[in-house]
Each structure stands twice: as structure tokens, then as C-alpha cells.
Design a protein around this ligand. Structure first.
Ligand code: AMP
Length: 129
């Protein structure tokens, strides 16, 4: 069954896209725990990150580094946190979360974002890519 992220890759569901290439796609989380919270996915639907082949896995991190560097500049955060969970969507994705302290790593803070704010954040992050 196609995951919600595969549906995004196929263009069946919209997303606030930041960057893509032939293997990876970065877009904003619709329920961010902090403004700028981004997901980087593999276009191939593979549930568990450590089931990825070495090349796909290392490429995911390199792609995430590029996006995370832009997020840090756009949000002025101290560190972009990197989290992999996958309990909601069984399709490999890396959460890139702008943080200023350990307490920012709190998924209970996630809230549905305003579409206009998400669109503005995409523009801001893309300025640094
Ligand atoms: P998890 O699988 O627990 O790592 O979390 C999945 C994340 O995907 C959550 O933070 C959701 O808010 C996010 N999410 C689910 N559906 C969408 C969507 N259509 N667009 C953007 N983010 C989504």
C-alpha cells in the first residue's frame, strides 16, 4: 500500500516542498513541533531506516545536511535536531527540527500549521539552499 509520503512523491497529495532530487524529497511537516520542522524522505518506500542500502542511507544524511544547514540559517536556531522515529508513517524519513534547547525535542508540542506560514517558511529556507 502506498504510504502518505509515497502519495506526496507521486503528486497525489500536496506538500510544502523545500528540495528534491531523484532519490530524496524534503518538505515541511504539517504538524511542526517548531517552525521550520522538516521531513526528509527517501522516494523509495522503505519502512525502516536501517533497511536502506548503504548508499541510499549515506545519501539521505548528505541530503539532510544540505537542507538542515539552510534551516539553521533561516530559523537562527542553535542546532537542527535530527530525529528518526517512523511510528506514524512507515516510510523512511528524517525529522530536521530547529532547536535551542533539549526541551524543544518534544513531539507533544506538534501543532497543525497555518498553510500561509508553511509557504512563507519554504521561501525563507530556500533562500539559503
Ligand atoms: P513519525 O512517523 O512518528 O516519525 O512521524 C511522521 C510525521 O509525519 C509527523 O510529524 C506528521 O506530522 C508528519 N506528516 C504526516 N502526514 C504528513 C503530510 N501529509 N505532510 C507533511 N507531514 C506529514
Amino acid at each position: 500500500m502506498a504510504s502518505v509520503f509515497t502519495q506526496i512523491v507521486n503528486g497525489d497529495i500536496p506538500c510544502h516542498k523545500i528540495l528534491e532530487d531523484d532519490q530524496y524529497l524534503a518538505f515541511l511537516d504539517i504538524n511542526p513541533i517548531r517552525p521550520g520542522h522538516t521531513l526528509v524522505i527517501t522516494k523509495r518506500q522503505i519502512d525502516y531506516i536501517f533497511d536502506l542500502g548503504d548508499n541510499l542511507l549515506s545519501g539521505l544524511m548528505i541530503f539532510s545536511k544540505k537542507v538542515g544547514t539552510a534551516i539553521k540559517k533561516a530559523t537562527y536556531c542553535q542546532r537542527v535536531g535530527v530525529v528518526v522515529a517512523g511510528y506514524e508513517v512507515p516510510h523512511t524519513h528524517v525529522h530536521l527540527i530547529p532547536t535551542n534547547s533539549m526541551s524543544d525535542f518534544n513531539f507533544a508540542l506538534s501543532q497543525q500549521a497555518d498553510q500561509g506560514e508553511l509557504a512563507a517558511m519554504v521561501t525563507k529556507i530556500q533562500e539559503y539552499l
